[in-house]
Design a protein around this ligand. Sequence first.
Ligand code: GDP
Ligand code: K
Ligand code: MG
Length: 296
Amino acid sequence: MTHPFRCGFVAIVGRPNVGKSTLANALIGSKISIVSRKAQTTRHRINGVLTREHEQFVFVDTPGFQTRHGGTMNRMMNRVVTQALADVDVIVHVVEAGKWSSGDAQLLPLLPKSGQKTILVVNKIDALKSKNEMFSYVNKIMAQHPYSAVVPVSALRGVQLDNLLAEITERLPEGEPMFEADTLTDRPMRFIVAELIREKIFRLVGDELPYGCTVVIEEWEENDAGVRVAACIVVERDTHRPILLGAGGAHMKRMATEARQDMVKLLDKTVHLEVYIKVRKGWSDRESTLRELGYE
Ligand code: GDP
Ligand code: K
Ligand code: MG
């Protein structure tokens, strides 16, 4: 009998800093390349694709999980997230071993009620002092949501990742691969670069920016010599500008330098990157502006 091929969408969700990016990188690999899609279009934003002999895992981004917003933004985000999660085949909810916070709890109402396709991943088990803690920790979480599996992992050390892939595989539908095997992402390069910059900001000053920010790529010029990119960081208030800048512009300098280095690796070209800040007052409460910025 031939082995049926399985292929489906997998969302990795969780509050900031639980290790989602680390896990995605560990599962998919660090190389990023532009994907050529084989068939149908999808509403999902593809983060990466892992193809094995009998399975293809298509990892998708769920907007809104990494940001803390209020008002209209919050309601819109919740709608977007709930819909995105309803559309995927498997949801991997990542939490941090021994640490449960309100940020984790906030996601529970957005998960599909049945829990059938949702896997609880307890990450950072390498940092856990005593294994005994795990039992009561997991029980406490399971009492709040009917996950269909629990997998403790260390994304950083690559522990138990095969086990996690096996659990995901069980939940993937049978179907032909959607992507060529050697391709990792179909996100346009601009999106990847915007995300790169956003990640630098988040790492450096994320805790100090109460409403987060948006990165818009305003110019992108590419030729044989290299690529010139102008990126704009849109913040909500004047007071957010100095936070982003840091003393003497140190934060901005560091973010731009790190982002540029990543871009050189990614594009394998000379990169000229300009980053500037714009204040857009009250933007998070204006749906039309959100649409302009690509949050539809
Ligand atoms: P995200 O915000 O959920 O995407 O989290 P990141 O992947 O950016 O990780 C946040 C921090 O947790 C980083 O400093 C990671 O190195 C760290 N981290 C991620 N996975 C593990 C793990 O398995 N063990 C430990 N000790 N640290 C981890
Ligand atoms: K992060
Ligand atoms: Mg991340």
